[in-house]
Design a protein around this ligand. Structure first.
Ligand SMILES: Cc1cc2nc3c(=O)[nH]c(=O)nc-3n(C[C@H](O)[C@H](O)[C@H](O)COP(=O)(O)OP(=O)(O)OC[C@H]3O[C@@H](n4cnc5c(N)ncnc54)[C@H](O)[C@@H]3O)c2cc1C
Length: 414
């Protein structure tokens, strides 16, 4: 697609995991798509981003396969075959095994940068997408049949028109702000410290999540010989943990996580990410929708943020594909966008509420709650039906939309 073109059927602002997934999913709709990203695609990822991993649910792997993306990721994906959830200093463990669900894995852990690279490599093969990067979305104005976008680029201001605008520009979304869509922000006053560990004992494809009053610590398979750690702490402590001498950091992490995997050793850089829940009050506006963190940014405790985002993206792509041949089709049609928002609302609310409940019930210091937490976990272990339902939902099996795979050919980058 010609990079100098100034009118598109769809413009996705934000080329992170959510926006890039949607742009790939739109491949066989016949619609022209612009992907606007503020950061040059060739820029070196920050140290924090290099340390970050994403746990994807089994259902997300299935969606990646349908998009022709899994082959580019599989080599770097560490399978999670078992899940082990515990609470520091309390009795009660919940175990979930992939075999119970007759699946080879509950999910997979992937380096964030690997996922972004695989998505962008795929975008480069797709004719329908014009990548406009680096370019920052700075404003918009509505006309009757389109939205005009103002972009700040290295060459100066650029205007493009689009019939549908997708805000996929993260939790501080400028698109959301430009539309005047209010977002509820709950600051957990916690940050996640992410890094890579070597373990004395093999992880045996087990993902460990351990709840502490300060926040959960997850130790996840990363490669055959290493694990990823995602350790949530009050923000001041997270800053300390990120900068502390290696031995002090590891002593503290070891005391919180315990010795299930034997002695832990630091095997990579550390990075921190502040954690907030950001919920837009509506996901669809005039000729616009918000997906991913722009619509709902979640705490990583349940590892659901991206898994939810890709379902938003692929349901939208499926809806557009279904209607694209209809006479007078308009991708920005208000009824169409409202039906997408309505279809997605139950999944979004359920996942956002479930994630928030996990953070608040298991990770706060309210006196008297620790006993209730342990009781809750024992109850979970004893109630297979509840555990089963939660596990199915976490694996993305309870919401399993079918999408056509996206054939592609070649494309350039602006
Ligand atoms: C520590 C941590 C661990 C996590 N672990 C998991 C996990 O295990 N599993 C899971 O499912 N989820 C996880 N998540 C959540 C997951 O990472 C996000 O939901 C996912 O990355 C989707 O992000 P996004 O694409 O919506 O937004 P972002 O990743 O924020 O991407 C937004 C993009 O928009 C661009 N942009 C911003 N403003 C503009 C502008 N004005 N113009 C143009 N471009 C712009 C940015 O440069 C960026 O590339 C985790 C989150 C954190 C913080």
């Amino acid at each position: 697609m010609n990079a100098a073109a100034s009118a598109f059927d769809i413009t996705v602002v934000g080329g992170g995991l959510a926006g890039a997934s949607l742009a790939c999913a739109l491949a066989d709709t016949g619609l022209s798509v612009a992907l606007v990203e503020a950061v040059p695609f060739a820029a070196e990822p920050s140290v924090a981003m290099q340390a970050r991993t994403t746990a994807i649910a089994w259902g997300t792997r299935v969606l990646f396969e349908q998009l022709g993306l899994w082959d580019g990721m599989a080599e770097y994906a560490a399978a999670i075959e078992h899940l082990h959830v515990s609470q520091r200093k309390h009795f009660g463990v919940v175990r979930v095994d992939a075999a119970e669900y007759k699946l080879p894995a509950l999910g997979y852990v992937l380096p964030h940068t690997t996922m972004v690279a695989a998505l962008r490599a795929r975008l480069a093969q797709l004719d329908h997408v014009t990548v406009i990067a680096p370019a920052r979305f700075v404003g918009l104005s509505h006309a009757a049949d389109r939205v005009w976008l103002e972009l700040a680029t290295d060459e100066g201001e650029r205007r493009i028109a689009t019939r549908l605008l997708i805000g996929a520009d993260g939790s501080n979304s400028s698109v959301r702000e430009a539309l005047g869509i209010h977002a509820r922000v709950d600051d957990y006053e916690q940050s996640a410290v992410v890094t890579t560990l070597r373990t004395e004992y093999p992880h045996n494809a087990t993902a460990y999540e351990r709840f502490t009053p300060d926040g959960p610590v997850a130790v996840l398979p990363r490669t055959a010989a290493s694990c990823a750690a995602v350790w949530t702490l009050p923000t001041a402590q997270a800053e300390w943990a990120c900068a502390a001498p290696q031995a002090e950091f590891m002593d503290r992490l070891q005391s919180v996580f315990g010795y299930r995997l034997g002695r832990l050793q630091l095997a990579g850089p550390r990075g921190t990410f502040p954690l907030q829940r950001v919920l837009a009050e509506t996901a669809a506006g005039e000729r616009t929708v918000l997906i991913g963190n722009a619509g709902h940014a979640l705490h990583p405790a349940a590892a659901q943020g991206f898994n939810l985002a890709i379902r938003d993206a692929l349901v939208l792509a499926a809806l557009l594909r279904e209607h694209v041949q209809s006479p007078g089709f308009d991708p920005g049609d208000a009824d169409l966008l409202a039906s997408w928002a309505e279809a997605r609302r139950p999944d979004q609310h359920r996942v956002a509420n479930f994630t928030d409940a996990i953070v608040r019930v298991f990770s706060n210091r309210i006196p008297g709650l620790a006993g209730a937490r342990a009781t809750g976990m024992v109850a979970l272990a004893l109630l297979p039906a509840v555990k089963h339902d939660m596990a199915r939902r976490s694996m993305g099996l309870a919401v399993a939309p079918e999408f056509k795979s996206a054939p592609g050919s070649r494309n350039g980058q602006a």
